[in-house]
Write a protein that binds this ligand. Structure first.
Ligand code: NAP
Ligand code: MG
Length: 483
């Protein structure tokens, strides 16, 4: 019999107070499974268990912690095909995209396994004679991890792996429409030799169990990826308890395409950054800021490329764009297509709901031209397979347009001019910048994050992650023997 999809709390798999169905967005007749929903009593149990297990985990030797993280990472990598299929089935990204996400999740664990052994501090002489100073890092305690649906595994793993590496306990509340990847990962973590309660999976809705989790004074840190309104609510809550926070939120990334751009590169960057993962990426290039002298040639090629992309079932080999994640998201996308038309944009292709052999949330990729940066479609995050082209007359105007947003996660420029590329890299107001590359697509060993309303708190990933997952302690040491 198949294992039940339970919460993992204090080292035990617990049935929930209720269950929700996880539906495949490529085929609404396919129920991936029923998933337990935790109640307040179970959450309290997770908090108690995490608080006591964390003290044991922090004392666990480095090599053992290293082995635990390596085991998890290696298993994810070895099973990326199977778990990628599950992820694609529940979320709707294509099988290669989903497999890549699971593989990358494994790499986060193996990277942070190595970081376990790289926990070096500083030492110094005191300004007072005969006294030494030792600066070292200690775990923050119990970390609440709250992740979004668009990268069900990776966004959670890039928090869980460093949290565990630096000796913290974790309570993970995944997005409730993608619980299958969460349970699959929890099963791998549960096999490891760790104090019971070091890692807990608590499933349920954000507004109920998520809210209770972030309000708890037993949480020492909250790492959140999701939307701006929820992030803002978490920030207010965290201040009340002085809980450490790290928020990764929405964006409105722009890709600038200059008159000197290589056209093939420009089109490839725009298609990949605009429509990868069905446009449901915080790093998606939803604004294409295009120099007027290359505008017609670029738009023709872009429309040709977008129209040729195959929209279909996430698990079909020919599919290039999987379905939108949910009915709510699809409706919102179609509303945004109407909004762009109403604001005066010209729809050059796509933007329509389409039918396939199975009933699902399929939509063709939309390209709008003749849009303006001050329109709502260019101010608010779309999270859709939809791009809006904004025509500009100069590099200076392009840079100004790219920066004219309240967000600031990523930006890109396609140019063969070194001086412009350098100027852009130095003057764009984002956390990440891409030169002749799509705005989406980042590495795991270097920092990731943004500015403005895109991010709040220390950076995620790479060695920069330790800033959030550790406290610094400064010790003064005297021999105690008078000189
Ligand atoms: P969301 O609605 O903000 O939800 C994110 C997570 O927060 C989910 O687990 C959600 O649970 C939970 N949540 C909702 N209300 C909560 C509350 N009051 N207290 C505690 N937790 C709560 O975002 P989403 O729709 O899942 O994801 C899309 C957003 O994520 C986009 O804005 C996107 O840009 C952003 N994103 C950012 C990055 C980045 O690194 N910058 C990466 C990926 C995605 P439920 O889903 O169960 O309600
Ligand atoms: Mg689903």
């Amino acid at each position: 019999m198949a294992q039940a999809n339970h919460n993992y709390i204090a080292g035990e798999w617990l049935a929930g107070a209720s269950e929700v169905a996880n539906i495949n967005p490529s085929d609404l007749s396919d129920t991936v499974g029923m998933y337990a929903q935790a109640d307040s009593t179970q959450l309290q149990r997770a908090l108690d268990a995490a608080n006591s297990a964390q003290k044991e985990w922090a004392k666990t030797g480095l090599e053992k912690r290293y082995t635990v993280l390596m085991n998890i990472g290696n298993e994810l990598i070895a099973r990326c095909e199977e778990l990628g299929t599950l992820l694609a089935r529940e979320e709707g990204k294509t099988q290669p995209e989903a497999k890549g996400e699971v593989y990358r999740s494994g790499q986060f664990f193996t990277y942070f396994a190595a970081e376990v052994l790289r926990q070096m501090g500083d030492s110094a002489d005191s300004v007072r004679d005969g006294i030494e100073v030792d600066v070292r890092r200690e775990p923050v305690g119990t970390v609440a991890v709250i992740s979004p649906w668009n990268f069900p595994m990776a966004t959670a793993v890039w928090k869980i792996a460093p949290a565990l590496a630096f000796g913290n306990a974790v309570i993970w509340k995944p997005a409730n429409i993608v619980p299958a990847s969460a349970v699959a990962l929890a099963r791998i973590i549960a096999k490891q030799d760790m104090p019971e309660g070091t890692f807990n999976l608590v499933m349920g809705s954000g507004s109920e169990i998520g809210q209770q989790l972030i309000e708890s004074p037993m949480i020492n840190a909250i790492s959140f990826t999701g939307s701006v309104p929820v992030g803002r609510g978490i920030a207010k809550c965290a201040v009340e308890n002085f809980t450490k926070i790290q928020l990764e939120m929405g964006s409105k990334n722009a890709l600038a395409i200059m008159d000197d751009a290589n056209l093939d590169t420009a089109v490839a960057c725009a298609l990949g950054g605009g429509f990868g993962s069905t446009g449901q990426k915080c790093t998606a290039s939803s604004r294409l800021v295009v120099h007027e002298s290359i505008h017609e040639a670029f738009v023709d090629r872009l429309v040709e490329g977008a129209s040729a992309m195959v929209v279909g079932h996430a698990l079909e080999a020919s599919t290039q764009i999987g379905p939108v994640v949910s009915e709510t998201q699809l409706k919102q996308n179609l509303d945004n297509v109407e909004l762009a038309k109403k604001e005066g944009g010209e729809l050059r292709c796509g933007g329509e709901q389409v039918e396939r052999a199975t009933e699902g949330y399929f939509m063709t990729p939309a390209v709008f031209t003749d849009t303006r940066n001050d329109w709502q479609v260019n101010r608010e995050e779309l999270f859709a397979p939809m791009v809006c082209v904004i025509k500009v007359g100069s590099y200076e105007e392009a840079l100004h347009t790219v920066n004219d947003t309240r967000f600031g996660l990523t930006a890109g420029i396609v140019t063969t001019d070194l001086a412009r590329a350098t100027h852009f890299r130095r003057n764009v107001r984002t956390g990440c910048v891409m030169i002749n590359l799509p705005t989406a697509g980042t590495d795991y060993h270097v920092p990731f994050g943004g500015r403005g309303e895109s991010s709040y708190g220390p950076r995620e990933q790479g060695q920069y992650a330790r800033e959030f997952y550790t406290h610094v302690k400064t010790a003064y040491i005297s021999s105690g023997i008078p000189a």
